[in-house]
Design a protein around this ligand. Sequence first.
Ligand code: GRF
Length: 208
Amino acid sequence: MTDNGNAPCRLGVLVSGGGTNLQAIIDRIEAGEIRAEVACVISNKADAYALTRASQHGITVVVHENANFSNRQSYDTATVEILRSHNVDLVILAGFMRILTDVMVNAYPNAIMNIHPALLPAFPGLHAQQQALDYGVRYSGCTVHFVDCGTDTGPIIMQSVVPVEQDDTEETLSARIQKAEHQTFATAIKLFVEGKIRVDGRKVRIAA
Ligand code: GRF
């Protein structure tokens, strides 16, 4: 993906929960560090606090629940329509707790980013922090990757390493990893909007 000229990159952020990653992205944009704007925030949960965070910054929010859709493809078809209606260039999964189908992946090839709270390919899926604790690793962290149709399997863009302490619980490790997430996700988005990311098969090349 290359820099699209003068217009700021338009982000569509998909959320399900608290939205601390969304907040970090908004803060970096408002600080002038990332040349982008959040075109819309879409939540599959009506009570997600991320929606409140977005509204506080004057960002358009869309509640898009799955109850009215018979399958994942039809839900994703509707999601793509919402994203296109807001002219979204880059889709950000910031704690969006659904697996995407080929409908979404094909609509935004190498333009959907996810943050995962472990060093992939270790500990994909749910409860990654607890998986890391149960395995007994000394280090975990977070991974920003492009999204394909698998569970946390797409090409890796950036990773940050976080130590695991002996007395960590899922909560304490999650909190330490989240601090790294906020930095790492925003940095990956900045590189994308600056046109510095190129995907070569499974490998992501980052220009200096
Ligand atoms: C993060 O831990 C992220 O790694 C995972 O979901 C969580 C979202 O947190 N995918 P928040 O909603 O950004 O606070």
